[in-house]
Design a protein around this ligand. Structure first.
Ligand SMILES: Nc1ncnc2c1ncn2[C@@H]1O[C@H](COP(=O)(O)OP(=O)(O)OP(=O)(O)O)[C@@H](O)[C@H]1O
Ligand SMILES: [Mg+2]
Length: 391
């Protein structure tokens, strides 16, 4: 029995808190994937959990980050994009004993190159690398980053070097892109449409030849418009891919299966804002549909008040009385700020409830908004503590 819940339904009163220390300490949990929409704190959460797993739970941990903010990357010693994990120095593993933190930034292009190398002969690989179409696609095709994040996860896992792999996901608008991209890219690489264009049709000529032939006199113009070079590149690319496509898809399928395994725990990250919470709910639905293990929701950057007993109404009324007396302007302002904060907290609670009402059995934890950005190891430690302390 794992300590974290798969999505099941239960009465709201049973709503559990998310025990992230339990998750980090569980030797059966080998992969944690942090998902969520753009800017909610996925990278911060992934790095903070990795640090805590190493410092407090003695685990040999690697964090796969994607596009971390520069200052955070620097503070973790990630100064170059070399696609291999580097040990993070200056962490304090006394409490956990023997833990290690390694971190890396995903290099999408390089990961793609590695995949190509793994699936074809050196000569074929060289042809593919030289192909301008490959060069464009491996660095810009939408979905490549998501696919390569999964690929890198598969590679890290295959080394069996790590007790725990914490995976950050790309800054997509939609959290679901992470799960959708491999299939999308796979379909593209499968190249049915491209192959159709290039395949021999009646009379042994390719559709492409037929198409261009049917333009007859205009073929020069057509070539200009379509870009003859592009089509040559494309056909070379598709032909080269043919030799390795099976392996490509097989790997994506394998990684997908790992994501369904109980050794994996998905963490949804959302800020208490309508769009972010809605996105988290879509993702939770999807994880259920895909039978992927959802560990819980991290509600990041929530606000708290140190004086919750003074209601917003009471604060505003008191401020109005002070105004009327023409007295103690600073106190009146402070009371109004307090009232504003309480109203914001009310809104946040309301928004968060749209998720927790829909998924009453998914454990959640709230992390307070820090006064400043999180850009160093100390900051990550603070977030790690907040993630594991019921607030
Ligand atoms: N609890 C917090 N309190 C204060 N600042 C935070 C908190 N969590 C994250 N941040 C800050 O918010 C910004 C966005 O966080 P982060 O980069 O982790 O989000 P992300 O989900 O990875 O974004 P992207 O989708 O762009 O990759 C960063 O500057 C980070 O330092
Ligand atoms: Mg990020």
């Amino acid at each position: 029995m794992t300590r974290y819940a798969r999505v099941v339904t239960a009465a709201p009163t049973d709503r559990p808190g998310l025990d992230l220390d339990g998750l980090l300490a569980d030797p059966a949990v080998k992969i944690i994937v942090c998902c969520g929409s753009g800017g909610v704190g996925k990278t911060t959460t992934a790095a903070a959990l990795g640090l805590r797993a190493a410092e407090q739970h003695g685990r040999r941990t690697v964090v796969l980050t994607i596009d971390p903010a520069r200052r955070l990357a620097q503070s973790m010693g990630l100064t170059e994009l070399d696609n291999t994990p580097r040990q993070v120095k200056g962490i304090d593993t006394d409490a956990g004993g023997g833990g290690e933190l390694h971190a890396m930034m995903l290099d999408m292009k390089r990961t793609f190159d590695e995949v190509v190398q793994a699936h074809t002969t050196p000569q074929r690989a060289a042809e593919i690398f030289a192909n301008p179409f490959y060069q464009a696609m491996s660095s810009t095709f939408s979905g490549t980053q998501e696919y390569m994040a999964m690929e890198k996860l598969g590679q890290l896992r295959a080394t069996e070097e790590w007790d725990l792999i914490v995976v950050d996901t790309p800054p997509s608008r939609s959290a679901l892109d992470f799960l959708d991209a491999p299939a999308r890219l796979s379909r593209f690489l499968d190249g049915r449409m491209l192959r159709l264009l290039l395949a021999p049709a009646r009379g042994g000529r390719s559709m492409f030849t037929l198409v261009t032939a049917s333009f007859g006199l205009f073929s020069k113009a057509v070539q200009k418009i379509l870009g003859a070079q592009l089509l040559t590149d494309l056909s070379g690319f598709v032909a080269a891919l043919d030799s390795m496509f099976g392996g490509f898809r097989q790997r994506a399928d394998e990684t997908y299966r790992i994501l369904q395994d109980p050794q994996t725990a998905f963490l949804l990250v959302a800020t208490p804002e309508r769009d972010a919470v809605r996105e988290a709910a879509y993702f939770a639905d999807r994880l259920v549909a895909e039978r992927m293990p959802l560990a819980g929701l991290v509600l990041n950057r929530v606000h708290r008040s140190s004086l919750p007993s003074l209601s917003a109404e009471a604060g505003e009324a008191a401020a109005a009385r002070l105004d009327a007396a023409g007295d103690q302007q600073v106190t009146a302002d402070a009371l109004r700020i307090h009232a504003g904060l309480l109203r914001q907290i009310e809104r946040e609670v309301e928004v968060a409830a749209t998720f927790t009402d829909a998924f009453p059995a998914v454990p959640t934890v709230a992390v307070t908004a820090q006064p400043a950005d999180v850009h160093d190891v100390d900051g990550l430690r603070t977030i790690g503590t907040a993630l594991t302390t019921a607030g």
